[in-house]
Design a protein around this ligand. Structure first.
Ligand code: AMP
Ligand code: ZN
Length: 112
């Protein structure tokens, strides 16, 4: 997806403040953090959102979920963290490359 911001980050064409990378996944700091720690985790292979996942994506999505608490620990979020996945315009999605928000620390916005 040549016009996708997050694909450009994967390709190194747009700078990203990377905190973790492997062959399938990239994790970087959100440019407009909503909490003390605010990271975005993406699959390197483009898919738009939860809406566009297929069975072929099951392994990478499971891997991302399993990686989240490990990265949260590495960021010092000992007492927990919040994960958000916005799906579609109606769900508040702005960048249409699947991403998981990982939030924690001070100033964590909440539901209550
Ligand atoms: P969403 O509303 O779930 O699509 O979230 C998109 C997120 O991407 C927002 O939290 C933005 O702050 C973040 N974002 C947009 N551009 C960049 C960028 N160049 N580097 C890092 N994060 C970005
Ligand atoms: Zn993309």
């Amino acid at each position: 997806m040549s016009d996708c911001l997050f694909c450009k980050m994967v390709a190194g064409e747009v700078p990203a403040d990377v905190v973790y990378e492997d062959e399938e996944v990239l994790v970087f700091k959100d440019i407009a953090p909503k909490a003390e720690v605010h990271l975005l985790m993406i699959p390197k292979q483009h898919t738009e959102s939860l809406d566009t996942l297929s069975e072929a994506d099951d392994a990478v999505v499971a891997r991302m979920m399993r990686k989240l608490p490990i990265i949260a620990q590495e960021q010092g979020l000992e007492s927990g963290f919040r994960t958000i996945i916005n799906t579609g315009a109606g769900g508040g999605q702005v960048v249409f490359h699947l991403h998981m928000h990982l939030l924690g620390g001070k100033n964590l916005p909440g539901f209550g």
